[in-house]
Design a protein around this ligand. Structure first.
Ligand code: PRP
Length: 177
Protein backbone atom coordinates (compact mmCIF):
# COMPACT_ATOMS: atom_id res chain seq x y z
CA UNK A 1 0.00 0.00 0.00
CA UNK A 2 1.31 3.43 -0.93
CA UNK A 3 2.25 5.51 2.13
CA UNK A 4 1.26 8.77 0.39
CA UNK A 5 -2.46 8.79 -0.41
CA UNK A 6 -2.45 12.00 -2.46
CA UNK A 7 -0.87 15.40 -2.97
CA UNK A 8 -3.07 18.01 -1.27
CA UNK A 9 -1.09 21.16 -2.19
CA UNK A 10 1.58 21.01 -4.84
CA UNK A 11 4.95 22.73 -4.71
CA UNK A 12 4.10 25.38 -7.33
CA UNK A 13 0.89 26.38 -5.50
CA UNK A 14 2.77 26.62 -2.20
CA UNK A 15 5.42 28.82 -3.81
CA UNK A 16 2.85 31.19 -5.32
CA UNK A 17 0.87 31.51 -2.08
CA UNK A 18 3.96 31.99 0.10
CA UNK A 19 5.00 34.91 -2.11
CA UNK A 20 1.49 36.39 -1.93
CA UNK A 21 1.38 36.19 1.88
CA UNK A 22 4.94 37.57 2.13
CA UNK A 23 3.90 40.55 0.00
CA UNK A 24 0.94 41.20 2.32
CA UNK A 25 3.24 41.05 5.37
CA UNK A 26 5.68 43.43 3.67
CA UNK A 27 2.87 45.91 2.96
CA UNK A 28 1.34 45.62 6.45
CA UNK A 29 4.63 46.36 8.24
CA UNK A 30 5.94 48.96 5.75
CA UNK A 31 8.51 51.21 7.40
CA UNK A 32 8.72 48.95 10.49
CA UNK A 33 11.17 46.33 11.66
CA UNK A 34 9.91 42.79 12.10
CA UNK A 35 11.06 39.85 14.19
CA UNK A 36 10.01 36.59 12.52
CA UNK A 37 9.88 33.64 14.91
CA UNK A 38 10.05 30.11 13.56
CA UNK A 39 8.34 27.43 15.62
CA UNK A 40 10.58 24.41 15.16
CA UNK A 41 10.52 21.92 13.73
CA UNK A 42 7.47 21.85 11.49
CA UNK A 43 7.64 25.48 10.34
CA UNK A 44 11.31 25.37 9.33
CA UNK A 45 10.83 24.94 5.59
CA UNK A 46 7.90 27.38 5.30
CA UNK A 47 9.85 29.89 7.42
CA UNK A 48 12.94 29.72 5.21
CA UNK A 49 10.88 30.33 2.09
CA UNK A 50 8.63 33.00 3.63
CA UNK A 51 11.30 35.24 5.17
CA UNK A 52 13.25 35.35 1.90
CA UNK A 53 10.17 36.81 0.21
CA UNK A 54 9.49 39.46 2.90
CA UNK A 55 11.03 42.79 1.99
CA UNK A 56 11.54 44.38 5.43
CA UNK A 57 14.29 44.97 7.99
CA UNK A 58 14.00 41.48 9.47
CA UNK A 59 15.36 39.66 12.48
CA UNK A 60 14.94 35.92 12.86
CA UNK A 61 14.59 33.84 16.00
CA UNK A 62 13.65 30.26 16.71
CA UNK A 63 11.67 28.45 19.36
CA UNK A 64 10.78 24.84 19.79
CA UNK A 65 7.47 23.82 21.26
CA UNK A 66 5.82 20.49 21.05
CA UNK A 67 2.43 19.16 21.91
CA UNK A 68 2.71 15.91 23.80
CA UNK A 69 1.79 12.70 22.04
CA UNK A 70 2.82 11.01 18.85
CA UNK A 71 1.13 9.78 15.72
CA UNK A 72 -1.74 11.89 14.47
CA UNK A 73 -3.32 13.00 17.74
CA UNK A 74 -2.40 15.76 20.16
CA UNK A 75 -2.97 15.38 23.91
CA UNK A 76 -3.61 19.07 24.56
CA UNK A 77 -0.47 19.80 26.57
CA UNK A 78 2.40 21.95 25.29
CA UNK A 79 6.02 21.98 26.34
CA UNK A 80 8.58 24.66 25.51
CA UNK A 81 11.75 22.87 24.44
CA UNK A 82 13.75 25.91 23.35
CA UNK A 83 12.79 29.50 24.14
CA UNK A 84 13.66 32.63 22.11
CA UNK A 85 17.29 33.74 22.14
CA UNK A 86 16.51 37.48 22.54
CA UNK A 87 13.97 39.64 24.40
CA UNK A 88 10.99 40.80 22.31
CA UNK A 89 9.92 43.90 24.27
CA UNK A 90 9.00 46.73 21.89
CA UNK A 91 9.33 44.58 18.76
CA UNK A 92 6.86 43.62 16.05
CA UNK A 93 6.72 39.83 16.41
CA UNK A 94 5.38 37.46 13.77
CA UNK A 95 5.12 33.86 14.91
CA UNK A 96 5.47 31.53 11.92
CA UNK A 97 3.85 28.09 12.15
CA UNK A 98 3.30 25.22 9.77
CA UNK A 99 -0.19 24.36 10.98
CA UNK A 100 -2.87 25.56 13.35
CA UNK A 101 -4.89 22.52 14.31
CA UNK A 102 -6.55 22.66 17.74
CA UNK A 103 -4.87 26.04 18.26
CA UNK A 104 -3.53 24.90 21.64
CA UNK A 105 0.17 25.37 20.77
CA UNK A 106 -0.26 28.89 19.42
CA UNK A 107 -2.63 29.99 22.17
CA UNK A 108 0.03 28.91 24.64
CA UNK A 109 2.84 30.69 22.76
CA UNK A 110 0.76 33.86 22.29
CA UNK A 111 0.01 33.98 26.00
CA UNK A 112 3.69 33.62 26.93
CA UNK A 113 4.88 36.15 24.34
CA UNK A 114 2.20 38.70 25.28
CA UNK A 115 3.63 38.90 28.82
CA UNK A 116 6.97 40.06 27.34
CA UNK A 117 5.51 43.35 26.01
CA UNK A 118 6.06 43.14 22.25
CA UNK A 119 4.98 46.15 20.19
CA UNK A 120 2.73 43.83 18.19
CA UNK A 121 2.14 40.10 18.00
CA UNK A 122 0.68 38.24 15.03
CA UNK A 123 0.58 34.73 13.65
CA UNK A 124 1.35 33.50 10.16
CA UNK A 125 0.57 29.88 9.36
CA UNK A 126 1.04 27.80 6.26
CA UNK A 127 -1.99 25.61 6.97
CA UNK A 128 -5.14 26.19 8.95
CA UNK A 129 -7.57 23.46 10.01
CA UNK A 130 -10.39 25.50 11.59
CA UNK A 131 -12.64 22.45 11.88
CA UNK A 132 -10.33 21.05 14.59
CA UNK A 133 -10.10 24.21 16.70
CA UNK A 134 -10.43 23.91 20.48
CA UNK A 135 -9.48 27.53 21.20
CA UNK A 136 -10.55 30.94 19.91
CA UNK A 137 -7.31 31.37 17.99
CA UNK A 138 -7.50 33.01 14.54
CA UNK A 139 -4.19 33.46 12.66
CA UNK A 140 -3.77 36.89 11.06
CA UNK A 141 -2.06 35.37 8.01
CA UNK A 142 -2.60 31.95 6.51
CA UNK A 143 -1.71 30.40 3.20
CA UNK A 144 -4.22 27.54 2.99
CA UNK A 145 -7.29 26.34 4.83
CA UNK A 146 -7.39 22.55 4.72
CA UNK A 147 -9.93 19.86 5.63
CA UNK A 148 -9.46 17.51 8.55
CA UNK A 149 -6.97 15.15 6.95
CA UNK A 150 -3.56 14.21 8.34
CA UNK A 151 -1.00 15.99 6.21
CA UNK A 152 2.78 15.67 5.87
CA UNK A 153 5.53 17.28 3.83
CA UNK A 154 6.95 20.80 3.46
CA UNK A 155 8.04 20.56 7.11
CA UNK A 156 5.19 18.52 8.53
CA UNK A 157 5.85 15.03 9.84
CA UNK A 158 4.30 11.76 10.81
CA UNK A 159 6.46 10.37 13.62
CA UNK A 160 9.35 12.51 12.25
CA UNK A 161 9.08 11.12 8.70
CA UNK A 162 8.14 12.94 5.48
CA UNK A 163 9.21 16.49 6.52
CA UNK A 164 11.38 16.98 3.42
CA UNK A 165 8.67 16.30 0.83
CA UNK A 166 8.19 19.26 -1.52
CA UNK A 167 4.39 19.02 -1.60
CA UNK A 168 1.87 18.90 1.24
CA UNK A 169 0.50 15.37 1.08
CA UNK A 170 -2.14 13.24 2.76
CA UNK A 171 -0.78 10.00 4.18
CA UNK A 172 -2.38 6.64 4.14
CA UNK A 173 -2.46 5.99 7.87
CA UNK A 174 -2.99 2.24 7.48
CA UNK A 175 0.18 2.00 5.39
CA UNK A 176 2.49 3.97 7.70
CA UNK A 177 1.42 2.38 11.02
C1 PRP B 1 2.58 20.72 15.38
C2 PRP B 1 2.63 22.02 14.59
C3 PRP B 1 2.10 23.02 15.57
C4 PRP B 1 1.12 22.22 16.39
C5 PRP B 1 -0.26 22.50 15.91
O1 PRP B 1 3.75 20.66 16.13
O2 PRP B 1 3.93 22.33 14.17
O3 PRP B 1 3.12 23.53 16.40
O4 PRP B 1 1.42 20.83 16.20
O5 PRP B 1 -1.21 21.77 16.63
P1 PRP B 1 -2.26 22.44 17.61
O6 PRP B 1 -2.88 23.61 16.90
O7 PRP B 1 -3.25 21.31 17.81
O8 PRP B 1 -1.58 22.82 18.87
P2 PRP B 1 4.35 19.31 16.76
O9 PRP B 1 4.08 19.29 18.22
O10 PRP B 1 3.89 18.13 15.97
O11 PRP B 1 5.93 19.54 16.57
P3 PRP B 1 6.81 19.74 15.24
O12 PRP B 1 6.58 21.16 14.77
O13 PRP B 1 8.21 19.52 15.70
O14 PRP B 1 6.36 18.73 14.21
Amino acid sequence: MNEIKKILIKESDIKRKVKEVADTVTADYAGEKLLAVCVLRGASIFFADLVREINLDLELDFISASSYGSGTSSSGEVKMIKDLSEPIAGKNVLIVEDIVDTGITLSYLKKIFATRNPKSLRICTLLDKPSRRKTELVPEYRCFEIPNEFVVGYGLDYNERFRALKDVCVINEDAVK
